[in-house]
Ligand binder design. Sequence first.
Ligand code: ADP
Ligand code: GLC
Length: 484
Amino acid sequence: MAGLKVLFATSEAAPLIKTGGLGDVSGALPAALRAIGVDVRVLMPGYRRVIGQLVKVKTVASFDNLPGFPSARLLSGWMAHGIPFLILDCPSLYQREGGPYQDAKGHDWADNPLRFGLLSKIAAVLGSGASPLAWHPDLVHCNDWQTGLAPAYLRLEQGGAPSVITIHNMAFQGNFPPATVQELHLPPSCFGVDGVEFYGHMSFLKAGLFYADHITTVSPNYAKEIQRAELGFGMQGLLAARSGNLTGILNSIDTDEWNPATDVYLVKKFSAARMAGKAANKESLQGRLGLNIAPDVPLLGVISRFTHQKGLDLLLEIMPRLVGLPVQLAVLGSGEAQMQRSAQGLSHRYPGEVGVNIGFSETLSHQIEAGADIFIMPSRFEPCGLNQLYSQRYGTPPVVHATGGLVDSVVDCTAETLKDGTASGFVFKGMTAENLFTAIRRAVYLYHDRRKWKALRRNCMAKDFSWKSSAEAYRAVYLKVLGR
Ligand code: ADP
Ligand code: GLC
């Protein structure tokens, strides 16, 4: 074990910058790996506001002559919780108003191939004999398409370390015109089936899946699903061919950040042993979202990106029937304009019963997990999903579609699973509005059976979601790749 050094390359890491679950994982997994003795350093772009959040920042290298790329510097710095970061500082590429991948209007940055080509390239340089640093990683761990070219550069550079790529979502592939191969100074010969080519495009994700020594994804069930046409997004053949080097490792959660007993965003803290505080959070959430103060009406919670993936269109469709049960709904999210309009439309149609907040708010997301009674996550596909984990920890049983990591992390509530203490939510098969409605109605009925509901909440809150065992599984993958 001694001296296992890993460069963890990512395009976002909480709490520095986060657009979704990749940020949570990149914030928490490196810490968990360090806790079991792996020397991990995180490489990430120097977006606006990131550098100011680090301490002991200094320049450790400059890159002025990388063909095809602008000059860049590498800074080292530390996060408050003791994680060493390497920040790729290239203001012309990363210091902009807007998000990591898109401008303020939600359009992808036109130079994303260059922005994430450089990130991948630097990850590869740091993992090769050409690295300017004294610290040489044994292995480079990439995440999603944004660092997917690193395994390609590593394979094509002399003395490159082995690499692992983790798939957080097959739907995002980083596919660009073929000319990108020359622009990023990859050898023309790699533009083929056995290389970076994917249906006539050059694909960052395909490159990662083809060249990495090992592939992981964020749940065992999703690892199986992506080898089939339905959820393989065109890459199922490659993934099936590489199944011997494909491992599903279920995500965990940062149990300090997401702990109802210590959560600073809550009006009242609570725990499995002292649940009284949950009611105060419900009342406060109802007040904040303009809902009627109704302690006994089940409050459904949603925190989500508004995209087709998340299946919220089905929830919005059945909302008129749901309010009649009755239930209330608290929604936090942003994304596709049409979905934002429908959600807002419902809040106007059912004032006091449907509350919608369009935006991104860390505070409100914690308050919804704590204040809601039932969490709704009808994803069409879900590599892992984190909100269903947070909601269980906050005693808010989730209603989920039977897909991806939702299957691996939620046990459907039946007479049997309630009795044996494993029930932790409501799982529906078949992605239809009717099936979602039936599952929510099951949850609402159980909510009104106080004794059973308490038992269900207790099961949820007793589950172990800490990163330790997932971190150990990643370490086992690293050791396998290194042949140790
Ligand atoms: P995905 O990464 O596909 O969006 P996950 O469930 O893995 O889905 O992770 C989503 C993460 O982003 C969670 O931490 C969730 O709380 C957070 N999140 C999503 N939308 C918002 C929002 N509007 N405001 C605050 N946090 C959000
Ligand atoms: C992606 C997936 C989500 C997963 C997250 C972290 O954003 O959509 O299911 O939990 O990555 O791995």
